[in-house]
Design a protein around this ligand. Structure first.
Ligand code: GLN
Length: 197
């Protein structure tokens, strides 16, 4: 593949533009993906933050659930932030009735895990995968990773040990939103995975 990877942002709902901007700034060709034919044209996919139950419903309405599951099973690199992490999880808690995920990441993710007490907050995270400086992480009605299956790498945790970023093979998920703070290193890791895939 050329040095300019062609990647998609799932554009059913959520902060699609923010991701598209970061990826374009990093030199990728970026497609907004709503249909199976558009998915077939890209070599990696970002699932944005937003509302996971809405993205789930729309993905089924647009005939995208099956193709995305197949692409994940075939090894397509996918990066999910917040709602996107929920959609990558094999198991979720506190979903709405009937809520489904694409799955692929062997983790259990709790939706709206900080609801009530602190819905949104910001903190600095040490992320060994990215080195210095720490990541300034913005959590917006964020999910938490409750359990991590064998082979899943914990990429970042809060000070109390709760897991907020994971990676397994070609899949990467963060509870927080690098795309809103100018943090580009997670997208760089994603694009490196796309180039290597
Ligand atoms: N609470 C949202 C959900 O359940 C996620 C919020 C976000 O993506 N910032 O999908």
């Amino acid at each position: 593949m050329s040095k300019r990877p062609r990647v998609g942002v799932l554009a059913l709902q959520g902060d699609v533009r923010e991701h598209a901007r970061v990826l374009a700034d990093l030199g990728a060709d970026v497609d907004l993906v709503r249909r199976p034919t558009e998915l077939a044209d890209v070599h990696g996919l970002v699932i944005p933050g937003g509302e996971s139950s809405v993205i789930d419903k729309l993905s089924r309405a647009f005939g995208m659930q099956g193709p995305i599951r197949e692409a994940i099973a075939a090894g397509m690199p996918v990066y999910g932030t917040c709602a996107g992490l929920i959609l990558l999880a094999d198991r979720i808690t506190d979903g709405i009735e009937g809520q489904e995920t694409f799955g692929g990441l062997d983790v259990t993710v709790q939706r709206n895990a900080f609801g009530g007490q602190v819905e949104s907050f910001e903190t600095d995270l040490d992320v060994p995968l990215l080195g210095d400086p720490p990541v300034h992480a913005v959590f917006i009605r964020a999910p938490l990773v409750l359990t991590v299956g064998a082979g899943v790498e914990t990429v970042a945790s809060l000070d109390d040990g709760r897991v907020v970023a994971v990676r397994h093979g070609t899949l990467l998920g963060t509870s927080f939103h690098p795309e809103v703070t100018g943090e580009r290193r997670f997208h760089e890791v994603f694009l490196d995975t796309v180039r290597a895939a």
